[in-house]
Design a protein around this ligand. Structure first.
Ligand code: ATP
Length: 219
């Protein structure tokens, strides 16, 4: 990479991943293709500030994420939020990644629609755009405008919405929707199925199912 080349866009995908499942993995894979990302870093949250304590420990959620991406060099797992052993705030993670990767590399924070709708409750949320672009997964045929967004997000869309091509020309600041066929899979449902003794097959990678069963998680 030359001094003036900002580098290829890196995707960042945070979540509780309790456990990681095919909905998460498809979102990462779809975003990588649709947005021309070099790689996607999955970042399991340590202690998520917005929700109850996860069912599995940070170490277990990290181990499951690593098993899930083991055969795909384009997806990697970042352990920093779990290792930090304090409340996870995305803005702090972005500050760290900027220190690590420098000011010019395009960073693209990936969000599912439910996470996007909750964005105005995140700590220092408007500052996120000083560090990264944000890409939001949309259902096919659905537009951000259809979501009857709250005023804060409507204003954000008018000010920042851009095409994927923007992601290579600047390091941060754009809001880019991308299309993803939804998979109706949730970690809540998976935990419930495990507690009820029901099959988890075809909802998440076999290596993760084996880990859950070996460590008797979510019972
Ligand atoms: P839970 O059921 O415990 O709330 P979850 O399955 O929604 O968990 P999270 O770890 O909370 O998973 O989600 C991390 C990110 O993944 C969020 O941006 C969320 O929108 C997205 N996501 C979760 N499930 C899916 C899915 N099936 N398809 C697309 N995106 C998803």
């Amino acid at each position: 990479m030359s001094q003036t080349d900002p580098g290829t866009p890196l995707g960042l995908f945070g979540g509780t991943f309790d456990p990681i499942h095919y909905g998460h993995l498809r979102l990462a894979e779809t975003a990588r293709e649709a947005l021309g990302l070099d790689q996607v870093r999955l970042i399991p949250a340590g202690q998520p500030p917005h929700r109850a304590t996860p069912g599995a420990s940070g170490e277990a959620r990290l181990a499951m994420a690593r098993l899930a991406v083991a055969d795909n060099p384009l997806l990697e797992v970042d352990p920093a939020e779990v290792d930090a052993r304090q409340a996870s705030f995305t803005i702090l993670t972005l500050e760290r990644l900027r220190r690590e990767l420098g000011p010019t590399r395009p960073l693209v924070l990936l969000l599912g629609m439910d996470a996007f709708l909750g964005l105005p409750t995140w700590r220092r949320w408007t500052e996120l755009f000083d560090y990264a672009h944000i890409a939001v997964a949309n259902r096919p045929g659905y537009h951000l405008d259809d979501a009857h967004l709250p005023p804060a997000l409507q204003a954000l869309c008018s000010a920042r919405r851009a095409e994927p091509a923007t992601l290579v020309t600047s390091a941060c600041g754009a809001l880019v929707p991308f299309v993803m066929t939804p998979l109706a899979i949730s970690a809540t449902d998976i935990r419930g199925r495990q507690a009820a003794g029901l099959s988890l097959r075809y909802l998440l990678p076999p290596a993760v199912i084996d880990y859950i069963s070996l460590h008797q998680l979510y019972l």
